[in-house]
Design a protein around this ligand. Structure first.
Ligand code: ATP
Ligand code: MG
Length: 403
């Protein structure tokens, strides 16, 4: 096929169709070479210090367990450094709960009877505001700290899926669309859930089919007798009910638009994170987003939707504290929204964007792969943001401290 046919002989539509076809075929080949289909992503081991941090015990306690031959056996390098797999970190939690001395501390933080499934929607219609980065690191952090997590990629562009090694065009893993569609083809939720390379973290990947939901919903609502169409806002909620007992936390990465997908996610959510890059234009755009969102949610609530949030927070992303206008913008937002801002901002770091290029998150990167100070700075920032969200989750369950 030749993409460079003389324009005069082809209409614009014909040309873009041909060029679209050409580009996806070429990219398909490129992806096949770089990421073979169904290639399983691995996960690096975690150092003793990291394992102790994630579990919430001292390094000496963890060392002692090993020396006494208790709990899972770490790998030991030639230089005597111990490391644990993510699965071993979960096993250690179980071991500590069974053999620990603490009566009050619960190392396996799964929710108990009466504690509601926490559904966190990450939203902002501004593209590139850090939604996917925030959602991916939060979901992985919650899994690494012992929670049972389901990540839902609701963006047809499938960035969260690709960070977890899913390639919608090659892997044919389906998407949430299959579980929320209006017709008889609808499938049970469990069929669209897949495990990831992080133990404790499952994902519902995305693909372009999700976009159909934006077209199907107004059609379904316009049907005179279509009761299913009228209740579009309960569709994700009822999917989650099917798997409620399998998870503690659900993290939904929303698309950068205020369409039916985002609204349906918000009506299923128990909490919301609004990502915001602290620059004038982005904050102005967020103001518009809030006005539009409020304007949409009001009639939906009047139509019977329950939007019952336990909490919502603005999270500052890609923050450069040395950039005076950004620092000023953060100050401005703090003045306006103080109790609703996460105390910890997510710092900007090329480590995050570089990791993203190789379809990795920071939790997959080894400290040896980059300058230590760079690594430590970004990990401290990510862990602080995620720990704050984990505290909000635990507070929703009526627990005092994260544990
Ligand atoms: N803290 C950060 N430091 C450096 N780069 C970042 C940071 N957070 C996100 N990025 C980069 O910024 C870009 C946009 O981030 P991300 O994909 O998370 O935004 P998004 O809101 O999900 O975008 P979209 O609206 O397109 O879905 C990505 O290339 C990502 O790697
Ligand atoms: Mg995104």
């Amino acid at each position: 096929m030749n993409a460079y046919s003389p324009p005069s002989l082809m209409t614009f539509e014909d040309q873009i169709l041909e060029q679209g076809d050409l580009i996806s075929k070429k990219l398909h080949l490129l992806s096949l070479q770089r990421f073979p289909p169904n290639a399983k992503k691995g996960l690096r081991p975690f150092t003793l210090a990291e394992a102790a941090d994630f579990i919430g015990i001292s390094q000496s306690h963890l060392k002692k367990l090993h020396l006494e031959g208790k709990g899972p056996l770490p790998q030991t390098s030639a230089s005597g450094r111990r490391s644990y797999t993510a699965q071993q970190m979960l096993d250690l939690r179980r071991y500590l709960d069974q053999h620990g001395r603490s009566e009050t501390r619960q190392y396996v933080p799964h929710r108990k009877a009466g504690e509601k499934l926490q559904v966190i929607a990450v939203v902002n219609f501004k593209g590139g505001s850090g939604k996917t980065t925030t959602a991916a690191h939060l979901a992985q952090y919650m899994a690494l700290t012992g929670h049972r997590v389901l990540a839902i990629d609701l963006d047809p562009q499938a960035s969260l899926s690709s960070l977890h090694g899913f390639q919608p065009e090659l892997d044919l893993t389906g998407s949430l669309y299959e579980a929320i569609r209006y017709d008889a083809e609808r499938k049970p939720m469990e069929t669209v859930i897949h495990p990831t390379n992080f133990p404790g973290l499952d994902i519902v990947p995305a693909n372009l089919d999700l976009q159909e939901y934006e077209y199907d919903t107004p059609l379904a609502m316009s049907q005179p007798n279509a009761t299913a169409g009228k209740t579009f806002f309960t569709r994700i909620e009822s999917c989650l009910k099917q798997v409620d007992d399998r998870y503690d936390v659900v993290v939904i990465d929303c698309p950068p638009q205020l369409g039916y997908l985002t609204i349906t996610a918000l009506t299923a959510a128990t909490s919301v994170l609004i990502t915001i890059h602290p620059q004038m234009l982005d904050v102005m755009s967020m103001g518009q987003f809030l006005l539009m969102l409020g304007g949409i949610l009001k009639p939906i609530r009047a139509a019977g939707a329950e939007v019952n949030l336990e909490w919502y927070r603005y999270v500052v992303t890609r923050y450069e504290p040395t950039d005076a206008p950004q620092a000023q913008m953060v100050g401005f937002m703090q003045t306006l929204f103080h109790p609703f801002m996460l105390k910890q901002p997510m710092l900007k770091s090329t480590a995050i964007s570089d990791a993203g290029i190789t379809k990795q998150t920071m939790y997959e990167m080894d400290r040896g792969q980059m300058t230590r100070s760079t690594y430590d700075r970004v990990m401290d920032s990510l862990n602080a943001v995620n720990a704050e969200v984990a505290s909000l989750v635990h507070r929703s369950w009526g627990r005092g401290v994260v544990g």
